[in-house]
Design a protein around this ligand. Structure first.
Ligand code: ZN
Length: 378
């Protein structure tokens, strides 16, 4: 969970006062002219400074991505949030891919609908945005641990939950380098991350066809995620309701961006607890060597986290702190993955890099939890 859409709502009822860090692209923006516009004013009129927790706010994912693509500036400058030089800028499709983990397009199925929502694609910022917020807030409430400590509702493939809810509160929280529940073993979270990494990297490499059915893919642990979604292809997943990025190389960049998101989130303290182990080097079977980030001590899970404390560690302050920390971090790992992608490095080598370098575990059986400083007080 993490990223981008921290919505800052000012006290003004004017919807244009929102600094929503998403942008419509291509067909999506044209559809925006037909669909309802942002109208979150009812939230702002209550004077609520509304924050969608779990998101890196203020274009942080975008900045990390541009930096991985070569943008360089001081950590505090924020020039890399919106680089002016084309040579230091990530392609738009890659940015949309980075945002996808937080903002996947989805359709509410029969029995899931909320008042005012239509059975067509929902996605920020243009496609039924009011409904997006309703679904998100409703899901957040339903997923919360009850006052008596009993677990909240599950969102998964089997009950055909909306992809938005699976990603943020359900069985696909690995999209944010997080466990799905307290007590989940680090090795299980990592296995899911590796499964997603294989999928996204091989789609980016065009080894997996955009039209391939997800439930048929021979990736360990992957097909089960879409067993009840047998009409879904890789293209459904990434581009439902909007064909803007269905052409190459855009489609590849979408998938690659989704991989970057997982890696970036894994450096956010609310998502994973990393040890500080500078000076380590990891060696791959092809002889290449890479500086190694700190080992993962445990993954966090969100159900018992305080959303405000979590969001604080996804903030621009937290990202700047990360940028000021000794490398390698999210930027350098992203750059290494970009080099792999551009050089058409086989998945087997990339897999080794992610396994022994980026997601190396201190203790495979470490149980996920909220993390003491993030634990919600009830
Ligand atoms: Zn995230």
């Amino acid at each position: 969970m993490a990223l981008l859409l921290l919505l800052y709502c000012s006290l003004s009822p004017d919807a244009s006062a929102f600094k929503l860090k998403t942008e419509a692209a291509g067909i999506e923006s044209r559809k925006a002219n037909l669909e309802s516009r942002w109208s979150l004013s009812r939230y702002t009129t209550k004077g609520v400074s509304f924050v969608l927790d779990n998101f890196w706010d203020e274009l942080n994912h975008e900045e990390l991505t541009h930096r991985s693509f070569g943008c360089a500036s001081d950590a505090e400058s924020r020039i890399c949030m919106l680089p002016t030089s084309a040579s230091a800028r990530a392609p738009l499709a890659a940015l949309v891919g980075v945002r996808w983990n937080d903002n996947p397009p989805f359709v509410l199925e029969d029995g899931q609908t909320l008042s005012g929502c239509r059975g067509t694609t929902i996605k920020l910022p243009a496609l039924q945005p009011d409904c997006w917020l309703k679904v998100f807030l409703d899901g957040q409430r339903r997923a919360s641990v009850r006052a008596d400590g009993s677990p909240g509702e599950q969102f998964n493939s089997a009950n055909r939950s909306a992809l938005l809810l699976r990603s943020h509160f359900g069985d696909m929280q690995f999209l944010h380098a997080m466990a799905t529940r307290d007590g989940e073993l680090a090795s299980d979270t990592k296995a899911q991350i590796m499964s997603w990494a294989e999928f996204s990297y091989r789609v980016a490499q065009s080894e997996i066809a955009p039209g391939a059915y997800l439930y048929e893919l021979k990736i360990p642990g992957f097909a089960a995620l879409f067993d009840k979604q047998r009409g879904w292809t890789a293209m459904t997943l990434f581009t439902l309701g909007d064909g803007t990025f269905r052409v190459e190389p855009d489609f590849s960049w979408l998938a690659f961006g989704s991989l970057l998101h997982v890696v970036q989130d894994s450096f956010a303290r609310g998502h994973a607890d990393r040890a500080d182990t500078p000076g380590q080097v990891c060696r791959l079977s092809n002889g290449s060597e890479f500086p190694k980030p700190g080992r993962i001590r445990s993954f966090r899970s969100y159900a018992n986290q305080d959303s405000g404390t979590h969001a604080n560690e996804d903030s621009v302050r937290a990202m700047t702190e990360h940028l000021l920390s000794p490398p390698p971090g999210a930027v350098e790992v992203g750059a290494a993955l970009l080099a792999f992608h551009r050089n058409k490095t086989p998945w087997q080598i990339v897999s080794e890099y992610l396994d022994v370098c980026v997601f190396d575990l201190e203790d495979a059986s470490a149980a996920a939890g909220p993390g003491q400083e993030f634990r919600v007080r009830r």
